[in-house]
Design a protein around this ligand. Structure first.
Ligand SMILES: [Zn+2]
Length: 209
């Protein structure tokens, strides 16, 4: 077991509870500290990977760039090389995850984004989940570029990376450098997975076959 795994493995929340990444505010939710929950494997389902997690962008987004940055966040986790892969799909009927952009209401109204609606199969394996990005993130706006966000802008790629981390079943980290640290400020970039972040998914998932 990786040294840090107990502190960061797992994650998910009951359907009614969301994990939020907030700008300096209190952590609004309690991560369920259950063990070993992860996406169900479907052996031989797909080329080279047993867990294809299809994500569908539902509704309207501010721009194509916004969706591209969300996809960039998923790629960071895919690139670790474990037995899962987030892919996007144009199908509204054959997906495991829904990604949307909407006005998050209380108690998540001041969050950048949440990962929610996690549903489990009988064995506790994850069946589906959602990520929502807040269309009204406090006094901030969204940065959809690949450079440096402005002082009042939330970096979509960084925040999406955090939420995909929840989606792959990680809870919050106690180390501020980690993607899974629960806070990020406007203007801040977190562009690398740390050792802790990677150890979390290495603990949960086998190496990609
Ligand atoms: Zn979080």
């Amino acid at each position: 077991m990786p040294r840090y795994a107990p502190s960061i493995r797992h994650a998910l929340l009951s359907a009614a509870v969301a994990i939020a990444i907030v700008a300096g505010g209190p952590l609004q939710t309690t991560a369920r500290d259950n063990t070993d929950q992860k996406w169900k494997a479907y052996p031989n389902c797909c080329p080279t990977i047993n867990r294809y997690i299809r994500a569908w962008f539902s509704g309207s987004f501010p721009s194509t760039a916004f969706k591209d940055r969300v996809t960039d966040g998923a790629s960071r986790w895919n690139n670790v090389g474990r037995d899962f892969k987030f892919v996007t799909t144009g199908s509204s009927s054959n997906h495991q995850m829904v990604i949307d952009y909407k006005d998050l209401l209380w108690p998540n109204g001041d969050a950048w984004a949440i990962e929610t609606n996690v549903k489990f199969l009988g064995g506790g394996e994850i069946q589906s989940a959602s990520i929502s990005f807040n269309s009204t993130p406090g006094g901030s706006s969204w940065y959809t570029g690949t450079g440096t966000p402005g002082a009042t802008q939330g970096d979509v790629t960084s925040i999406a990376t955090h939420e995909w981390g929840h989606a792959v079943a990680l809870k919050h980290s106690q180390y501020s450098a980690d993607e899974m640290w629960p806070y990020i400020n406007p203007g801040q970039i977190k562009d690398l997975l740390t050792l802790h972040d990677k150890d979390g998914i290495k603990w949960l998932y086998p190496v990609a076959p």
